[in-house]
Every structure is written in C-alpha cells, then in structure tokens.
Design a protein. Sequence first.
Length: 508
Amino acid sequence: MSHPCVAYDIAVSTGQNGAVTPTNMQRRFAPDRIAILGGGPGGYEAAMVAADAGAEVTIIEEKGLGGSAVLTDVVPSKTLIATADAMRRVNISTAFGVRFGEHASGTEGAAGDEAKEAEAWADFSKVNERLLKLAHSQSRDIHATLESYGVRVIIGRGKLVPPHSIEVTSGEHAGDVVVADAIIVATGAHPRELGSAKPDGERILNWTQAYNLTEVPEHMIVVGSGVTGAEFASAYRRLGAEVTLVSSRDQVLPGEDADAATVLENSFKRVGVHVASRTRAESVERTEDGVDVRLTNGEVLHGSHCLMAVGGIPNTADLGLEEAGVEISESGHVQVDTVSRTTANNIYAAGDCTGVMPLASVAAMQGRVAVAHMQGESVKPLKLHQVASNVFTSPEIATVGVTQEQVDSGKYQADVIKLDLATNARAKMMNIREGFVKIFSRKGSGTVIGAVVVAPRASELIFPLALAVTHKLHVDDVATTFTVYPSLTGSISEAARRLHLHVTDPED
C-alpha cells in the first residue's frame, strides 16, 4: 500500500513548544508496513492511528486485545473498586435519611428507629463474574475496532527477527514471519514475585489472580503500599474483608503527595484497615486454613489470603530485542527517548515495557507518538509533567504537574493553596467529610504548574487542572471560568481565586 507521508532519517531538532522536526534533507517513504508486538494500550492505539493513516498494520498479541490493562489489571481492578464504592455509598446512605427494610407505616419516626436496617454485602462470585465479563467484552470491542480499521490481528507470541520482522512463535500462526518496515514493541509487564512468597492462585495471589475468589476474603493481607496495594486494600475493606496493609515506608503511597497520603491513612484508620508500617514481608507461607506472613521485624501476620503487590517486571525476555540492536536497561526495560524510539533504527517501544510511567494513558500516548514520528509528522515529545494520574482508593487521589516535594526542595518556586472540601456546599450534601484541592502556581507569574485533588471522583475533577497545566493557563483563567453551583468544581475555582490574591499580595 503506497503512503503519501514522507519520513526522515533519525536526525531531529527540537523546535518551538518542544516539537520534534527532521533536520536533514535525506528523505525516505514512511513505513508502508508496521508490525506491533503487544496488544495493550500502547499497541492497539498505535495500530489504529497507523491504519487510519493508510499503513498496512499487523498486531501480535498473546492473551487478547487490550493486554493486561484490559484483561487482568486496569479494567477488572477498577470494576472491583467501583463495586466497593457502590458498597460505600449504600452503607453511608442512612446519613441521607435512607432506610432499608419494612417500617411501620403511619407511625411517627418509622423511617428511623423502627426501620429494619440491612447492611449491604457483596456476592463475590457475581462481582468477579461481572468484572471478568466486562474485561473480555472490552477486549472483544478493541479486537472488532482494530479489524474495522483493517488491522491484521494475530493471537500468539512473537520474536523479533532483524532487521524488521517478527516471527510468530505460538498459536495457530506459529512459524509465520511478519515482514515490516517498522516495529513497535508494546509487550507490557507482569507481576513481580518474591522467591519466598510464590503465588498459588488460591491463598497467595498476585494482582492478576485476585479475581479467582468466589467469596470475600475473611482477612486479606496486602503486601506493598504503592498504588496497587493501596487500591486493593481500600476495595477489599469496603467489600467487607478485614485488611492488613504491609508498608515498608512511614506512610502509604510513598510516591504521592504527603497531604493526600495522610488523608488516605486517616480514612484507612476510620474504616478499619490495619497498616503494618516500616517493615517488609520476609516470606509468605500457606497454612491449613490461610496464610502466615512473616515480617522483617519478626512479627507474623495470620490471614485467610495474601495479595502480593510488589511491582512489575517488563515483558522483554526472549523477544530477540538485543539481537535486533535494542538496548535494555539493568531492570529489563526497553530504553526509549521522548518520541518512543529505541536504539535500533525503525524500532519503537511503548508502555510498561519501557518503564517510562506505568499508566495506560502514557502507553497510549507513546504509541501514538511513535506512529507520528515514524511517518514524518511534527511530534511533541512526551512530557511527563503534563500527565494526570489517579489512585483509585476511597477517596481517590489525582495529581498533575509539579509536586509538593519539588516545591519544598526548591526545584520549583511556587505559591500553594490547599482548600479543604469540608466547606464546599456540594460536599456537605454528598456527606464528603475529607479531601481537598491543592493548586501550585509559578511564583511571580501565576501560571498553574501543578495540582492535587483528593475526593470522590478525583479522576474526573483533575481534568480542568490538567488542561491548565498543559496549556500554561494563569490562575485567573481558572478563577474566572464559571462553575456550576453547587459543585465540587467550585472548590477548584475558589482555590484559584485565593491564589490570585496571594500572587498579587505586595508582602510576597
């Protein structure tokens, strides 16, 4: 298939707004044939963009379209968390005057003391059946969409054959060789395992096995207090399990905003999540009716189940990457630049296998950037400070841009306003008692350079602040934009108004 777009050799320069443009005059045709190894967000997004531009695209994926993000990670885990949040809302509904069960009609106060209250409970077999059904439905939708774009989909493993081919090594197409002009590696990552805590899929679990359970665990011990560990700890507790979270640090979510982590820790205490801090899991052993988790401080925790959430390992082994000239780091990640190029000509990489940032949104952007660059388009390099991320705990924690730690260290000079949601009218109506909006503006100019939101649905509330960071808006731009009253977004504009006053204060 002939393609009109022209690409250039590897020499580039960075122009206005960080756009990457070719510098040399030696030109070549953009790749007609693109092969993609891995069908997660980095792979399937790249496939759609490339096919839409007229390229002949083949994608090779072992487990199903969407990869682990759709089948075993993001989609199922966030569906589980959505169920837990539904439980939370039902169980606090009495604060709104909602009552369950029969009540004596015609009796004053019947909707109160005389109501037969019923605490919600989770039918775990139905919960997991639903989330797995949603995951596979999403995978089928992606598969169908790719085929509608004309993308050839091969289910199986693949291995690079220099210079730009992929041999299919498993599945019904085993032995086939896909010849391409350019390759994108988007093979993702898998859960890290400890030699002394091998998952068995029944009592000792990694995050891909958590959906095998048919009943709410009696006592789930979660090892690892990063994003994955905190999310599962929050969800399982809301679903009715006793939960102990093992944290090697002083606080949960050590990589997140300290104020936000404090709110989450207080929430954990209130709902009964036990945190074993400043210690690690030395070993996990299965017992007759549960697990024993031995900690480095000598303590032994007894639970019914243990979930290991101790990070991921990139899926880069046995792919023929080094033989193709692709540099791999000591951690096993593919080395890429800001436009997703590897060290091998016309081989790109995207997603968790690169170690850039373990987010589906980043993987998708890396894939799109790779296709744009190989096709010779002007490309804005990936800017990680513009990435909005979210921790799906209860409450959620969303962040974008500059962090409090960077301000405190002096790396950025910023004015900071933190506005608690307790004074927000809509928050009071929704019975939200914790959370805040924090905005960072560049000192002297008032440009929004970062933000943190801690609230239910913070993942939605962060978007206007991500827009402000990406497009370098002034706090006054945010402050003077109309918000609905009452709404949680009102606290965003109010925080921006207070920053306006702070920026213009002559004593600053």
